[in-house]
Design a protein around this ligand. Structure first.
Ligand code: AMP
Length: 407
């Protein structure tokens, strides 16, 4: 099946070709047709599978047809848990709809309202938003969703984790009853199911790779490394692949900053992204990473979902995540769409239990990357971080000692 075989606007088919989308991914194959036919959809799909385009393509097509009939007002409301995701999904709508006149707006808090209000007043077709700012502007009378024929909830599981359950219920009352609801979640449990069944009607259920949620495009392995040696292994890996783009996940903001410093000491430039970085700086950091100005992004789980940068070659779990779901999301930052990616986790002895929990969650053993003692020592010895590299200091002082004793 190719995109041109779908009964969708030529403007979309041509643009998909420009974007290099040759054939639908699994989730697109399963979701596009029912959405075009007006069905509600509930999809459990991991990140990186092409799930955004799975709803963007049919929604855009339907909006185009509605616009031809002269319909006005917000036609589609997409609710997402984070600002990064709002920005990103809005850009997918704009990219795929580039040849159309459909207007998409990504709305989120943390920035001035004036400009946002002006954009809303000029009229938009698709609103992609986080709940906070949307309710704020609804209460001020700048947003009216009563004309929206589509509700998309993306990353619904994270919406629940972040406490947006009530917001979701509240927005339902403002939307028309005869809408189409598309519900996307990366994971499924009782709470998600109960939320889904409250808002979708006779939904088509789609589940992608239920067995092992780490995409099959990603080779992922674990290397056993002492906690204090992790930085040498990271340095070694980055220097081995100087042209690669890396996302490195550490457990806390403080650790992120420390890893950035450690990399600086050995001549590896990188940037930190975490919850204490201001919103505007976050976007700038992501832009620099996206356009390849920066090749190493060191971050906390704030970036483990939603970020879609197709050029990421390698994910490094500098610290093993303590939530197995986040392992799946972190790995999903590489191997996007039909591409191939690699991920490695540096696991210290105390983190072995976390690896076991991940294996229980994914139902699969993670491949072990084994190193001989010699190889391990060599990685430490190769480090350019002389201040911390005791092996190198010992070697150097041995050499100097040797020299001093030369006559
Ligand atoms: P998502 O799971 O929506 O975050 O998408 C993951 C990545 O897959 C994005 O970089 C998309 O641009 C890419 N993608 C989506 N659909 C296709 C397709 N049919 N062919 C190739 N790449 C795609």
């Amino acid at each position: 099946m190719k995109f041109k075989d779908y009964p969708i606007s030529k403007l979309l088919v041509e643009q998909l070709d420009v974007l290099g989308y040759k054939k639908p991914t699994d989730i697109q194959f399963k979701a596009i047709k029912p959405i075009l036919e007006g069905e509600d959809v509930m999809a459990v799909a991991q990140t990186g599978t092409g799930k955004t385009a799975a709803f963007v393509i049919p929604v855009l097509d339907k909006i185009l047809k509605e616009k031809e009939k002269g319909r006005k007002g917000i036609q589609c409301l997409v609710m997402v848990p984070t600002r990064e995701l709002a920005k990103q999904i809005a850009s997918v709508f704009r990219d795929i709809g580039a040849k159309t006149k459909v207007k998409t707006f990504g709305l989120f808090g943390g920035v001035e309202q004036e400009q946002q209000i002006r954009t809303l007043e000029n009229g938009i077709d698709v609103l992609v938003t986080t709940p906070g700012r949307m309710f704020d502007l609804i209460s001020q009378g700048f947003i009216d969703v009563s004309s929206a024929k589509f509700l998309v909830l993306d990353e619904a599981d994270l919406m629940l984790d972040l406490g947006f359950n009530k917001d979701i219920q509240d927005i339902i009352f403002r939307l028309p009853k005869n809408r189409q609801t598309l519900f996307f979640t990366a994971t499924i449990d009782k709470k998600i199911k109960s939320l889904a069944y409250k808002i979708v009607r006779d939904a088509i259920r789609i589940q992608i790779s239920p067995k092992n949620p780490v995409s099959k495009n990603i080779d992922h392995a674990v290397a056993f490394v002492e906690m204090d040696d992790k930085r040498f292994f990271l340095e070694n890996l980055i220097k081995e692949y100087p042209d690669f783009q890396f996302i490195v996940f550490a457990r806390t903001k403080v650790r992120v900053e420390r890893v950035v410093e450690a990399m600086k000491r050995v001549g590896v430039s990188s940037e930190a992204l975490h919850g204490s970085v201001e919103q505007k700086d976050r976007f700038a950091i992501l832009d620099r990473f996206r356009n390849g100005e920066n090749k190493v992004l060191i971050t906390t789980d704030v970036a483990c979902r939603g970020i879609d940068i197709p050029t990421v070659d390698y994910v490094v779990n500098y610290d093993v995540p303590d939530n197995p779901e986040n392992y799946v999301h972190r790995c999903g930052r590489t191997g996007r769409g039909n591409k191939h990616g690699q991920a490695i986790s540096f696991c210290s002895p105390e983190e072995k239990v976390l690896i076991e929990a991940i294996e229980a969650y994914t139902g699969d053993e993670i491949e072990q990357y084994t190193l001989t003692l010699e190889e391990y020592k060599q990685i430490l010895a190769d480090s350019e971080d002389v201040t911390y590299n005791w092996q190198k200091l010992i070697d150097q002082s041995n050499k100097e000692f040797g020299k001093e004793n030369e006559w």
